[in-house]
Design a protein around this ligand. Structure first.
Ligand code: SF4
Length: 368
């Protein structure tokens, strides 16, 4: 079986992010390590696998068409991105015209799954669980030793249950640290590697082993990652910093306890303060998202005051998006709303104007 792993070109001028990530869609093209893992698995099973990263290579749909047409392909495997039904349909259409079987994987809501099942040869493949994938075969991305910007997924799913996050319903599994090291020792990357997600601090034994092996194998790469403030301790942050972690994102979203409870964040203001102080003490660069359009009671002034109190992290104010498949999506959109406006995660959201004003208030604080 000749299989192409497909990462899409820019769509309407935007990159389509291709990792399963709670960030969803953004101006962000990353190495889709999940697709590469699947490709490595299929290769091990005897497939001839190629990787077509149209986003990174800045290909237009015409280039994709020509590439598919002129390379013998039996099966195309691509990752579904919620809300981007139209590009998925373009891929399916190309495949049918060229006699290629299109397979879809990834996160989507039930409506999209139905659509995909009807449109594609298959939605989903019979794959091992995330922690059982073989090491990534980096040669799949051509100049495999020098990825442009490497995002490497260390975990799938999340043990927390934030109502806005598409990872919260997925079972949490971490790649064994031995496998992470085996994968990363094969590559050189001039930029820091982003070790995505969910929380590198969740499993202390995992972290200890990772740090120990990184040292043993003399891997001196720098990396960034994600933290959960409930799990931040002096010991863990010290380990991170010593092992080359130069920055982390810690999703706080709000400094209003009612809001945190409403989105099922599972953290307290005390825990946020504690984590901020520890990261400051250990010298770890921290980015902290604050999100608006959760609830009218959210208080941007309070968030700004919190930032001013510490000024030890980079605040990242933004709009809370509703992604299909999340609890928050179900709570926000009625069937009638979807029928009338569709489900664009930003443009059709009630309350957007007020939320944008709140984001704008940060401009003065951040000097932008
Ligand atoms: S902590 Fe919450 S937002 Fe972060 S990955 Fe887990 S479920 Fe998603």
């Amino acid at each position: 079986m000749r299989t192409i792993l497909f990462s899409p070109p820019k769509y309407l001028g935007n990159f389509v992010t291709i990792n399963d990530c709670c960030w969803g869609i953004g101006e962000n093209a990353v190495t889709p390590s999940k697709l590469l893992s699947i490709g490595s698995y299929l290769k091990e099973q005897g497939d001839q696998v190629r990787f077509l990263d149209a986003g990174m290579q800045d290909m237009a749909w015409g280039d994709v068409w020509n590439t598919l047409k002129h390379h013998g392909v039996d099966r195309l495997l691509f990752q579904v991105v919620p809300q981007f039904e139209s590009w998925q349909m373009i891929v399916a259409d190309m495949c049918f015209r060229l006699g290629i079987e299109p397979y879809a994987i990834g996160i989507s809501n039930d409506h999209e799954k139905d659509l995909l099942r009807r449109t594609f040869t298959s939605y989903g493949l019979n794959l091992p669980t995330f922690d059982k994938f073989p090491p990534i075969d980096w040669s799949l991305i051509g100049d495999g030793n020098k990825p442009y910007h490497l995002t490497y997924q260390i975990a799938d799913g999340c043990p927390y249950h934030c109502s806005f996050c598409i990872w919260s319903k997925k079972e949490f599994a971490m790649r064994p640290p031995e496998l992470v090291i085996k994968n990363l020792e094969q590559i050189t990357c001039s930029e820091p590697i982003y070790l995505l997600c969910a929380q590198i601090t969740t499993n202390k034994k995992w972290l200890e082993k990772f740090v120990e092996l990184k040292k043993e194998y003399k891997l001196d790469f720098k990396y960034t990652t994600d933290l959960h403030c409930k799990e931040v301790t002096d010991e863990k942050i010290e380990m991170l910093v010593e092992s080359g972690c130069i920055g982390a994102v810690m999703g706080v979203e709000s400094t209003n306890q009612d809001i945190l409870d409403k989105i099922n964040k599972g953290i307290t203001i005390d825990e946020i303060e504690n984590a901020v102080l520890i990261c400051k003490k250990e010298g770890l660069d921290l980015a902290v998202p604050f999100l608006y359009n959760i609830d009218p009671s959210e208080d941007v002034e309070r968030d700004i005051e919190f930032y001013k109190q510490y000024k030890s992290f980079t605040p990242s104010p933004g709009i809370m998006k509703r992604y299909p498949g999340t609890q928050m999506f179900e709570e926000t959109y009625s069937f009638d709303h979807i029928m009338e406006f569709g489900t664009d995660p930003v443009a059709t959201m009630p309350g957007l104007d007020e939320a944008l004003k709140k984001v704008k208030k940060w401009e003065g604080v951040l000097g932008v």
